[in-house]
Design a protein around this ligand. Structure first.
Ligand SMILES: [Zn+2]
Length: 324
C-alpha cells in the first residue's frame, strides 16, 4: 500500500489552483458547500455530509438549549457528533494509519477541531501561515517547512499512512488577495507534490472555498446592528453571510430590513439557502439570512478579500491528484 498525503489548502479558487498546478494526473473543479465558511467546508470534506447533517454552520450561531450564540472557535464541547465517522475513520478501516498534522490548526482548542480530526492520530508540528502577518516569511521557507513536517511523518515507522496537512494560506489572502506570493506558493507546491509522487506516494490537494474582493461598509454594519436591536436578536454567521437569531416573524424582519439595505446585499429566508432542511439547521441558523452578492458587506479590519457567500470564486475549488 502506498502512503496517501492529503493537503487541505484553505482559500484557493478553482481557477487559480487549476492554472498553477501543472503536474497532477487528475484535476477536477469541485463545488463546495454552503455557507462557504472554513469550518463548514472542512467538516463536509472530512465527512462527506452537508451542514444539514453534520450541523457545522459557520462561526457564530445558536445551539439547541442555549440562549445566546456561541463562537465555534471558543466553544469546547463537541458539536458535531456524527456516528458515521469521517475519512480518518475510513482510512483506518482500510489499513492506513491516519495522521493529522496540527499544522495551521496549532494553538486552536475547540470542539470543532476535535470533531474534525476525530479518529486521526494528532501529531504536533510547526505552523506555516497561521499567526504571521502576510509576506513576513519567504514563500520558499514556508514550502520547506511543509516538506520537512510531512517527510518527518513518512519516515516514522513502516506502516502505510494517510497524512492530512492543513495549510491556511487563507489568512494571507484575506489581507492581500491572490497576489504574487500566493501564486508562487501554489506553483512551488506543485513541484514538491510531484517529487512526493515520484517517491511512490499518492498526493491529493484540495481547497474549501475561494475568496472574493470585499469592502467593509459601515452602512451595512449599522443596518445589521439596527435590525438586531429592533427585533431583539443577535447577528450570527461569518464573513459574507450573516443571519439574525430572533423570535420575530421572518417576513416582518425582511419587510423592515430590505429597504435599508443596498442592492448587493440579499435578504432571504433560511429555506432559500438550505434546500435540504433539518432540525440542526433550524436550531443553529437564524430564520433570515443576509448574503453578499457584490463587493460591499461587513468584514474584519484589514481584510480586502472574504468568503461565505455563493459567488463563483467562493464556491468552486480545485482538487488535484499527483501519482506515478
Ligand atoms: Zn477556509
Amino acid at each position: 500500500m502506498r502512503n496517501v498525503l492529503v493537503f487541505a489548502i484553505d482559500g484557493i479558487t478553482s481557477a487559480l489552483g487549476l492554472s498553477c498546478w501543472k503536474s497532477p494526473v487528475e484535476q477536477i473543479e469541485l463545488a463546495s458547500t454552503f455557507p462557504t465558511t472554513s469550518t463548514t467546508c472542512w467538516t463536509s470534506a472530512c465527512t462527506g455530509e452537508g451542514a444539514e447533517t453534520h450541523g457545522i454552520v459557520g462561526v457564530v450561531h445558536t445551539l439547541e438549549g442555549l440562549q445566546r450564540p456561541i463562537n465555534i472557535f471558543e466553544y469546547q464541547p463537541e458539536i458535531c457528533t456524527l456516528a458515521t465517522g469521517n475519512f480518518f475513520h475510513d482510512a483506518a478501516s482500510l489499513g492506513y494509519m491516519p495522521v493529522a498534522l496540527e499544522s495551521d490548526l496549532t494553538g486552536l482548542r475547540c470542539g470543532w477541531k476535535d470533531s474534525l480530526l476525530k479518529w486521526a492520530k494528532l501529531r504536533p508540528s510547526g505552523t506555516f501561515f497561521s499567526g504571521r502577518p502576510a509576506e513576513s516569511v519567504p514563500i520558499v521557507d514556508i514550502l520547506r517547512a511543509v516538506a520537512e513536517e510531512v517527510d518527518a511523518v513518512l519516515s516514522d515507522g513502516h506502516e502505510p499512512k494517510l497524512v492530512w496537512c492543513f495549510v491556511d494560506i487563507d489568512q494571507w489572502i484575506h489581507h492581500t488577495g491572490y497576489d504574487e506570493p500566493t501564486v508562487k506558493f501554489l506553483r512551488m507546491f506543485d513541484d514538491i507534490c510531484a517529487r512526493w509522487s515520484e517517491r511512490g506516494n499518492i498526493v491529493i490537494a484540495h481547497s474549501d472555498h475561494g475568496l472574493v474582493e470585499t469592502e467593509h461598509s459601515s452602512e451595512v454594519a449599522s443596518v445589521f446592528a439596527h435590525v438586531a436591536t429592533r427585533f431583539n436578536g443577535h447577528i450570527g454567521g461569518a464573513g459574507r453571510v450573516r443571519w439574525i437569531h430572533s423570535a420575530a416573524d421572518a417576513e416582518e424582519i425582511i419587510a423592515y430590513a430590505k429597504p435599508c439595505l443596498p442592492d448587493d446585499v440579499a435578504i432571504l429566508r433560511r429555506e432559500a439557502f438550505f434546500p435540504a432542511m433539518s432540525n440542526l439547521i433550524r436550531q443553529r441558523v437564524g430564520a433570515v439570512l443576509f448574503v453578499a452578492t457584490g463587493r460591499k458587506f461587513v468584514s474584519m479590519p484589514g481584510y480586502c478579500y472574504d468568503h461565505g457567500s455563493l459567488m463563483k470564486d467562493e464556491l468552486f475549488v480545485p482538487y488535484a491528484r499527483w501519482q506515478r
